[in-house]
Write a protein that binds this ligand. Structure first.
Ligand code: ACO
Length: 332
């Protein structure tokens, strides 16, 4: 029998405040028509006040634990994927562990941009497959609104806030069958936040130069994404000995409908096999894949035995994919 990791619980949280394209029309030189046509977003959720990534993450984590029926004390490992940690240190995963009461869990953050959640699944699965751990929690949580330049129309129309979480446990039937992870650091400057690290420690100059906001070369990221999302999906299927026609549902990172359509075309998948909820949330970075997975599950688009592909790209530049045979409720 092969021991694999499987998802036994999912949760999400999005803040109540909604920012529509029409709201953005009043803030920058843009239109609902441009955003809808070029990106596919209609609205996004934005945190208010002092809400943090750990606070959103905990809401999603509690729901994921409820669904799996696992108590927080039983968690062996918590990984938080985020580019918007509460602080540079300690890890947001430590803050989340304390609030959750997961006293027995090892914790760390994982930074792989929007690919972070799928990277996190891959890392947690290795611990479960080797038998070192039995129960893991992977969270993707982002308050991108706090690192967005709300005067920059090139970026501010794209992002939203939210959190998604998954509980992973061991199974001998199905589960996560293969992973494909990659990165190309030559694209680091295509999508980055220059200020606040050891390169440009925060000071009045970095603030005046808006170095604490996302900088992006949209075209470069777009080309990279179109190339890697399809390829990473094909590669992970090949690793698992599967073909594109075996896929029941593709859950891609939600950044741009044109990027998603290109990935679907590469796999020759019809629209009904590709999950898209970008219009409601915008790009929530590492939260986008778990939120989409949960919504697909809630809409009963996923049943036991289905072959599901998750695929993402992000800052780094990075990419990550996994293919799983869904087997909810089938634990060791
Ligand atoms: N409203 C109106 N016009 C705009 C806007 C806007 N919000 N933003 C840009 N434009 C204009 C540009 O100025 C340009 O005008 P010009 O032709 O007069 O110069 C025109 O629209 C076309 O701009 P492009 O950048 O060529 O537009 P493109 O079709 O490439 O779309 C976009 C831009 C949506 C950013 C696209 O490149 C994209 O989706 N890239 C990927 C971005 C992404 O996914 N980033 C997140 C990565 S994940 C992570 O780790 C966070």
């Amino acid at each position: 029998m092969v021991r694999r990791a499987t998802i036994t619980g999912l949760g999400k949280y999005v803040p109540p405040k909604v920012l529509t394209n029409f709201d953005l029309e009043k803030m920058v030189d843009t239109t609902d028509e441009w955003i809808t046509r070029r990106v596919g977003i209609k609205e996004r959720h934005i945190v208010e006040g002092e809400m943090t990534s750990s606070e959103m993450g905990i809401e999603a984590a509690r729901k994921a634990l409820d669904m799996s029926g696992l108590s927080a004390e039983k968690l062996d490992l918590i990984i938080v994927a985020t580019v918007t940690p509460d602080m540079l240190f300690p890890a947001t995963a430590c803050i989340l562990q304390e609030k959750l009461g997961a006293v027995g869990a090892a914790t760390f953050d994982l930074e792989a941009g929007c690919s972070g959640f799928v990277y996190g699944l891959a890392v947690a699965a290795q611990f479960i497959e080797t038998g070192m751990y039995a129960n893991a929690l992977v969270v993707g949580s982002e308050t991108l609104s706090k690192i967005t330049d709300w005067e920059d129309r090139d970026t501010c129309v794209l992002f939203g806030d939210g959190a998604g979480a998954a509980v992973l446990q061991a199974t001998e039937q199905g589960g996560m069958l293969a992973f494909e992870l990659g990165s190309d650091g030559s694209g680091a400057k295509s999508l980055y936040l220059p200020g606040g690290g050891s390169l440009n420690p925060s000071n009045q100059k970095t603030i005046a130069e808006k170095q604490h906001f996302i900088k992006m070369e949209g075209n470069q990221v777009f080309k990279f994404a179109v190339k890697t999302m399809g390829q990473a999906s094909l590669d992970v299927l090949a690793k698992a000995g599967l073909l594109p026609e075996d896929v029941d549902l593709l859950i891609p990172h939600q950044a741009n409908t044109r990027i998603i359509e290109a990935a679907a075309k590469r796999l020759n998948l019809p629209g009904e096999k590709v999950f898209v909820n970008l219009a409601k949330y915008g790009n929530t970075s590492s939260a986008s894949v778990p939120i989409a997975l949960l919504e697909a599950h809630q809409r009963e688009l996923i049943k036991n035995g289905d072959i599901i592909v998750l695929v993402a790209f992000g800052a780094g530049l990075t990419w990550a994919s996994t293919v799983m045979e869904w087997n909810e409720g089938v634990k060791t």
